[in-house]
Design a protein around this ligand. Structure first.
Ligand code: FAD
Length: 288
């Protein structure tokens, strides 16, 4: 089933994101997470892909395949391109095809100063076109409500996003944000330039202070005063910050669903407890 077709129903789509465990952690840790996520009944689960340039790493494809066959949930496999050749991407696509993974989130990947890019793919739109040329895949892409950090400005970034959609991306998932107004302004702008595909809002629950500092440095998300006050008030209590982070994410989601968002993509950070707490609070509204 293609992910874009989930949006034909008159309700918000809910998806969860997991990442393969680091090489130093046992692979089993992801299965403990998935065991705990499966009865949350997400519409799909996405699995991230390392941008590191190791085309032999099959962990994303293996986990996506288990999500499909062991857990009976639709998987979305992320795939980055900037550090891979066309031939390597072709091999990865062959292995996804073998495992019957049909939905791919096509990404450029971050530029790592320690790895020189292969220069065969410069942008995600080129990967989207390449995947489409291989047939039989459904392609999704990433988008940035506050503009991508490398982009000159939000309007230029949206011009590039249009190229990605025109190349064949049928569905978009947004970068995390903490101020819904950025998302609403973004949706208005993208619809004006003729991007009509479904767009899911990416929500990351804050579970500790260092996580949020790292994420904000990486993606440049704005922190509204309400959010920074919350962080300052609870930063010395790990339990309180987690509770406040869950409540903040729920508040964002209730507002987004009320405004008619196409879907919510929850960055679970492999924390099934937090994902469960949030889905318990929102299931009545998301499926209504
Ligand atoms: P692109 O769409 O290629 O955009 C990158 C930059 O290039 C933007 O500034 C854009 O404006 C510009 N650009 C695009 N096209 C053109 C053009 N034709 N000419 C000039 N400029 C152009 N990273 C991982 O390593 N693994 C993951 O699994 C992963 N999953 C992600 C999931 C989501 C939902 C999101 C939002 C991000 C994810 N990322 C992941 C991070 C992502 O790889 C980085 O944000 C990366 O820097 C950009 O990827 P992109 O696919 O959005 O790139």
């Amino acid at each position: 089933m293609q992910i874009a077709s989930l949006f034909q129903k008159n309700r918000a789509v809910l998806s969860l994101e997991v990442f393969p465990p680091k090489k130093t952690s046992p692979i089993d840790t992801i299965y403990k997470t998935l065991d705990n996520l499966k009865d949350l009944q997400p519409d799909f689960i996405s699995v991230t892909y390392g941008a590191g340039g190791n085309a032999g790493d099959t962990s994303t494809a293996d986990i996506a395949s288990d999500i499909l066959y062991k857990y009976g949930i639709l998987p979305l496999a992320h795939l980055t391109c900037v550090n891979y050749s066309r031939q390597e991407i072709g091999q990865i696509l062959d292995s996804l095809k073998e495992k019957e993974i049909k939905n791919i989130l096509a990404l450029r990947g971050d530029i790592n100063p320690d790895i020189s890019p292969k220069k065969e793919f410069s942008y995600a739109s080129e990967l989207v076109a390449y995947i489409k040329s291989k047939g039989d895949f459904y392609v999704s892409g990433a988008c940035y409500p506050e503009g991508h950090v490398d982009a000159e400005d939000i309007d230029k970034d949206i011009e590039h996003l249009k190229l990605k959609v025109d190349a064949g991306a049928q569905h978009l998932i947004s970068q995390l944000f903490f101020d819904n107004d950025y998302f609403y302004r973004f949706i208005e702008k993208v619809r004006k330039v003729g991007i009509t595909v479904p767009i899911q809002a990416g929500i990351m629950p804050v579970i500790n202070k260092s996580q949020i500092e790292r994420m904000v440095t990486l993606c440049g998300a704005s922190l509204p005063p309400k959010f920074t006050k919350m962080m300052q008030r609870f930063e010395h209590s790990p339990e309180a910050i987690k509770e406040a982070g869950i409540a903040y994410a729920v508040d964002q989601i209730v507002d987004l669903v009320s405004q008619g968002v196409d879907g919510i993509h929850l960055y679970t950070m492999n924390n099934a407890y937090v994902a469960r707490r949030i889905t318990d609070c929102i299931k009545g509204i998301i499926h209504s």
